[in-house]
Design a protein around this ligand. Structure first.
Ligand code: SAH
Length: 219
C-alpha cells in the first residue's frame, strides 16, 4: 500500500514513522510512505503556500495553486483510491473505516495548517474528509500519523501475532477487548484471575469470551 502525505511540516513525521509498527511496515515493504513538502510547490521566491482569507477573519489559509500542483504531479504518476483531507469537521475516523482503507492501493493524505484550506481544494481535489476526533489541533500531521498507524497494524505481515489485532477493541462487532494480564501473578496483593493460570484452555476461552461480551455491554 502506498501513502503520499502532503504537509508544510514534513519533519513531524520523522518521529512516529521511524520506530515501532510503522517503521516495521515500511521496512518490510508492506507500506510505502512518501512525504511531500508542500512548500516545494509554493509561489514565488518565498515559496508561499498561504494567504489572507477573503472577507477577513483571523488566520491564514492554504492557497489552492501549490496543492493543485502537488496533486497534479502525483495523479500524473498513478491513480489514487482516495484523496483524504484531515479536518476536524470531517467524518469521524473509526476502526471500521480503517479496515476499509486497508483494501486501498494508493492514498493521498493532505494535512492542513493555520485557519484551514481554500474551500476549492476541498470541493475539487479531495475525495474524503476525515477527523480523528471532536477537538482542534494545529495541523493535520498528527491526525495523519494516527490514520497511518491504525492502518499499518491491520495490514497482513506487520504485527508479529495477527491474533492480537483480531481481538482489539472496536475490531469485533459484538465484543470489546477482554482484560489482559502478565507476570507477576500477584503484585501488592493484586492477583491475576485464577482461571488464567489454570492451564484449562477451554475454560480460559470461555472466560475471555464472557469478559469481552461484558465489556461491550458496559460500553
Ligand atoms: N479552522 C479549522 C481548524 C483548523 S486547524 C476548523 O475550525 O475546522 C488546522 C488544521 O489542523 C486543519 O486544517 C486540519 O488539517 C488539522 N486538524 C486539526 N484538528 C483536527 C482533527 N481533529 N482531525 C483531523 N485534522 C485536524
Amino acid at each position: 500500500m502506498r501513502i503520499d502525505i502532503v504537509s508544510v511540516v514534513p519533519e513531524i513525521f520523522k518521529g512516529p514513522f521511524s520506530s515501532s509498527i510503522i517503521q516495521r511496515a515500511i521496512n518490510k515493504g508492506i507500506m510505502d510512505i512518501h512525504i511531500h513538502d508542500l512548500r516545494k510547490y509554493g509561489l514565488g521566491k518565498r515559496k508561499k503556500v498561504d494567504d489572507y482569507p477573503y472577507g477577513g477573519g483571523g488566520g491564514m489559509v492554504f492557497r489552492i495553486e501549490p496543492v493543485y500542483q502537488c496533486f497534479d504531479k502525483l495523479l500524473s504518476e498513478r491513480n489514487y483510491d482516495e484523496k483524504i483531507f484531515m479536518t476536524p469537521d470531517g467524518i469521524l475516523f473509526s476502526q471500521k473505516y480503517a479496515n476499509t482503507l486497508t483494501c486501498k492501493k494508493n492514498l493521498i493524505i493532505l494535512c492542513g495548517r493555520y485557519k484551514g484550506i481554500d474551500q476549492r481544494i476541498r470541493d475539487h481535489l479531495i475525495s474524503k474528509e476525515i477527523s480523528i476526533g471532536p477537538y482542534v489541533l494545529s495541523g493535520g500531521e498528527l491526525p495523519a500519523a494516527v490514520v497511518v498507524e491504525t492502518i499499518a497494524r491491520l495490514l497482513p505481515g506487520v504485527l508479529h501475532n495477527p491474533n492480537s489485532m483480531i481481538t482489539d477493541s472496536f475490531q469485533m462487532e459484538k465484543r470489546g477487548a477482554h482484560p489482559i494480564y502478565t507476570r507477576p501473578k500477584i503484585y501488592k496483593g493484586w492477583a491475576v484471575p485464577k482461571i488464567l493460570l489454570s492451564g484449562h484452555h477451554k475454560k480460559i476461552k470461555e472466560w475471555i469470551c464472557q469478559k469481552s461480551i461484558q465489556k461491550k455491554l458496559d460500553s
